[in-house]
Write a protein that binds this ligand. Structure first.
Ligand code: FAD
Length: 388
């Protein structure tokens, strides 16, 4: 199983001379805003900053291929091609930002520097962590091995989305198991999108009645969001989906094609003929090691705590300031999400969060920050634990 970083290495090795106009071979020693990760979150924030006149924005991104992951649900359902979901990274990069094609290996938030895989170091005034998350294969026994099996797939790995479609397309009878994790994952809703599209296809082909479709969710209800739940339950009933609430996949066995499910403290082995797994995700190891994360945040950046009453959604999504380091912003993929959908780490949600973060980054002077929430002024990027 190749992980994201192995993919980065492949990308970098395959296209060593593919330089974008704004990509630089000369790594700057300092950036006013340093964005780690050129995915949807990083590039949209950088582009907004550029539009507002912040011109010293550096994006560190190792991939030469930009992957538009929301399309993977449709690739898995046979409604889009995988080619449509990729394009050269240089085309996605905002022209007003500088792209350093490298990977961050360490962050020193006290010195306000990041160390790159190439050995270079870049200092920053403001750091935006937008490096996404990655499947946590260790969280479910046997999950990585199962992904190599003929009858299992996940849209959460770019290269496997076409395999999902092959499995759905070939299914005529048996048990199809779709899962949602009890931990964070990008766009938890994507775990169910492919399910409903598959059922629709199977029904149109007249095979749905021969397929036992099982959906496991960790929540009390199908999605954990009133309003959405009612609508989805209509489809669950219509397609005859066997909904298992408060259920978590604990183990997968490639030899027996069996999932071990846990619900209310009891376990059950469920054999399947088709598995679409939504793996729990985790923060990159170097974020965990940076001192910017905590156990409570599952290794992701620690955000500032909420205040008094829960603010309305756009405001909630907007506050991505790091809890301890005032010069650090967390984009959604890098910020913790909650599988119970109170906080969805999805691209749509990111749009509002990005819009809210830009003015903060834009107006912060290089070496001083305004006090937040009546707290003392802190030096940008310096330890600001006294903020609370
Ligand atoms: C199957 C699927 C369907 C989805 N459907 C939807 C949808 O319908 N609607 C929706 O709103 N969202 C959807 N999402 C979620 C959405 O795709 C993600 O929320 C979004 O891609 C996350 O953007 P990001 O920039 O935070 O992270 P990513 O897209 O993961 O980008 C992170 C970037 O950081 C880079 N990086 C990683 N490590 C390093 C490093 N060490 N140094 C520098 N750079 C690094 C990576 O190469 C990558 O380019 C879906 C996701 C999936 C998987």
């Amino acid at each position: 199983m190749s992980d994201n970083m192995a993919q980065h290495e492949t990308d970098m090795a395959q296209h060593p001379t593919d330089m974008a106009q704004h990509e630089t071979e000369h790594v700057p020693t300092h950036a006013r805003v340093l964005v780690v990760g050129g995915g949807n979150g990083g590039i949209s924030l950088a582009a907004r900053l550029n539009r507002q006149g912040v011109d010293d924005v550096v994006i560190v991104e190792p991939r030469v291929e930009h992957q538009y992951r929301p399309l993977l649900s449709y690739v898995g359902a046979g409604l889009a091609s995988i080619e449509a979901a990729r394009r050269p990274q240089r085309e996605a990069m905002p022209s007003g930002s500088t792209w350093v094609r490298d990977a961050v290996e360490r962050i020193d938030p006290h010195a306000s520097t990041v160390a790159l895989r190439s050995g270079a170091t870049i200092g920053y005034d403001q750091l935006v962590l937008a490096a996404g998350s990655r499947p946590d294969w260790a969280a479910i026994d046997g999950s990585a091995e199962v992904m190599l099996a003929e009858n299992a797939s996940t849209n959460y790995l770019f290269d496997l989305a076409p395999k999902t479609w092959r499995l759905i397309d070939g299914m005529r009878a048996g048990t199809a198991l779709f899962t949602m994790p009890d931990a964070t994952c990008p766009c938890a809703g994507a775990a169910q999108k492919v399910l409903y599209m598959a059922c629709d296809l199977w029904r149109s082909r007249g095979v749905l009645d021969d397929i036992r479709v099982v959906l496991t969710v960790p929540t009390d209800t199908v999605f954990g969001v009133p309003g959405v739940d009612e609508e989805l339950m209509r489809k669950v009933a219509e397609y005859g989906i066997e909904l298992r609430t408060n259920t978590t996949v604990r183990a997968l066995d490639r030899e027996t094609n069996t999932a071990t499910l846990e619900a209310d403290g009891r376990t059950e082995d469920l054999p399947y003929d088709l598995l679409h797994l939504t793996p729990p995700h985790a923060a990159p190891a170097w974020v965990k090691q940076s001192g910017l994360s905590s156990e409570q945040a599952a290794g992701f950046g620690r955000r500032r705590p909420r205040h008094a009453a829960t603010p309305p959604l756009p405001e909630r999504l907007g506050d991505r300031r790091h809890r301890g380091h005032a010069g650090v912003e967390l984009r959604r993929g890098a910020a913790q999400g909650d599988a119970r959908r109170g906080e969805e780490p999805a691209g749509g949600a990111r749009r509002e969060g990005t819009a809210a973060a830009v003015p903060r980054l834009h107006r912060q002077p290089v070496h001083r920050q305004p006090a937040h929430h009546g707290v003392r002024r802190v030096r940008s990027g310096r330890d600001a634990d006294a903020e609370f």
